[in-house]
Design a protein around this ligand. Structure first.
Ligand SMILES: [Zn+2]
Length: 436
């Protein structure tokens, strides 16, 4: 008995001085901050501070030394905010110096192990000016008359969080960023629309940050893009999800939501979740406005699903519901599009092809457009267009003749109705643009 007791005591005493190794250093840059991630073999004690002239950020690891073969100077050179890294032993630990190009505001925190990562020390370096400016809230400007419909396109995962993994080291984060960019292009090409990307490179964005960017852009719809993996490689096809507070409509939905919600743990969120008070308020807001947004989201999702169904296999023909955190914005209709399963080798190959990505992007954009045309947000050009005259083409009608009859140019007529060449068909309804 006494012997066991002694062993326990020794462990407690010895644990904190167990030396750790610094096994790896990764750098991710986002428009707002540069993130440096230190992989350590155990939890580490650390402190950090900045120095000026020239600008530096110093991180002292009290108990960790670099693993054999790790050369911190080779990790990153000449990035947006940093010139490079260097380091030297210091006591029983290691001092890492980040040579910065400008004054940086560091924020460091540790993360406990979560597969595939072990212990991590994360250092976020924001540009000093940006960090200060953030505190001054901009007053919302009145929106222009006949404004564009704003669609936020959110490429899932990024940076530390690779998302699902497919064959040949295919990572979901790269795939969905490509698809998101193409979707934004397809949306911008439609008159009356403007796309906003939440993520523009390979870096992690917390769920709350994603919706915050969309909210700042005053998005009318938030669309999160994914290409996930499932336990069975046979799972395939695209699906569309909206938020459910009451549990998932299917096993796949539940499984995917749980995985997606782990994202913040993987990506590493320093200032975790809302404070208790905010949480309560957020829930009240959610309940108040969710019902309206919920049916709007489902309808928008169904419209996208219909278009996707024309060009790819569908996993489910109906919009599914699950508790995806990224969809929990009380004030914004939000949907999540699962473009396919990268755990299915054939689908993984297709999803990586430019041609398929472009088709997916157009289908998503068309689905959004179709939905918005019948549910236009007030004050938008799309809403104004609903009041426009329409003309149903009769036998013998020509574009130039219709244009002349309504006093508009044939080109404006073609542009408004996305007609290429001169082809029109009997029974087709044309919108007559009200030229300004
Ligand atoms: Zn995903």
């Amino acid at each position: 008995m006494a012997k066991t007791f002694l062993t326990v005591i020794l462990c407690v005493v010895w644990l904190p001085v167990v030396a750790a190794t610094l096994d790896g250093v990764r750098v991710h840059e986002s428009p707002e901050a540069t993130r440096i991630v230190l992989d350590t073999s155990a939890g580490v004690k650390y402190k950090y501070f900045t120095l000026d002239k020239p600008h530096r950020v110093v991180i002292d690891l009290a108990t960790a030394t670099p693993a054999k073969g790790l050369d911190v100077t080779k990790v990153a050179k000449d990035l947006l905010r940093i010139k490079g890294l260097r380091g030297a032993p210091r006591g029983k630990g290691f001092r890492l110096v980040i040579d910065a190009k400008l004054k940086l505001q560091p924020n460091a925190f540790t993360l406990k192990p979560i597969a595939p990562y072990g212990h991590r020390l994360v250092v976020d370096l924001a540009s000093f000016d940006k960090a200060r400016k953030k505190k001054v809230a901009a007053k919302p400007q009145p929106r222009p008359k006949n404004r564009d419909v704003v669609i936020a396109i959110d490429a899932g995962h990024g940076g530390e969080d690779p998302g699902a993994l497919g064959p040949k080291r295919l990572q979901e984060k790269h795939l969905v960023l490509q698809i998101a960019r193409r979707t934004a292009t397809a949306i911008d090409a439609k008159p009356g629309y403007r796309a906003v990307l939440t993520r523009t490179g390979d870096y992690y964005l917390a769920h709350r940050k994603r919706t915050a960017i969309a909210r700042e852009a005053r998005a009318d719809l938030f669309v999160s893009l994914h290409a996930d993996a499932f336990t069975s490689s046979a799972a395939r096809g695209a699906s569309v999800y909206t938020l459910s507070d009451r549990g998932a409509t299917s096993e796949t939905a539940k499984w995917l939501a749980e995985r997606a919600n782990q994202s913040d743990l993987l990506g590493g969120v320093g200032d975790v979740s809302l404070s208790d008070k905010d949480e309560v308020l957020a829930h009240v807001l959610l309940d108040l406005s969710m019902d309206g947004n919920r049916s709007y989201s489902i309808e928008a999702g169904q419209s996208i699903l219909n278009q996707l169904g024309k060009m790819t296999k569908l996993h489910k023909k109906q919009v599914e519901q699950a508790s995806f955190l990224v969809l929990k914005s009380p004030d914004m209709p939000s949907i999540l599009v699962e473009t396919g399963f990268i755990s299915n080798p054939q689908e993984a190959r297709r999803l990586s092809q430019k041609e398929h990505q472009t088709k997916l992007a157009s289908a998503i954009a068309d689905g959004i457009d179709q939905f918005m045309r019948s549910n236009p947000p007030p004050g938008t050009a799309i809403a104004a267009r609903r009041q426009e005259l329409r003309h149903t083409i009769a036998r013998g009608d020509t574009l130039s003749e219709i244009a002349a009859r309504y006093g508009v140019s044939a080109n404006a007529l073609k542009r408004r109705n996305a007609i290429r060449g001169d082809k029109i068909r009997v029974g087709q309804t044309l919108f007559i643009p009200s030229e300004l």
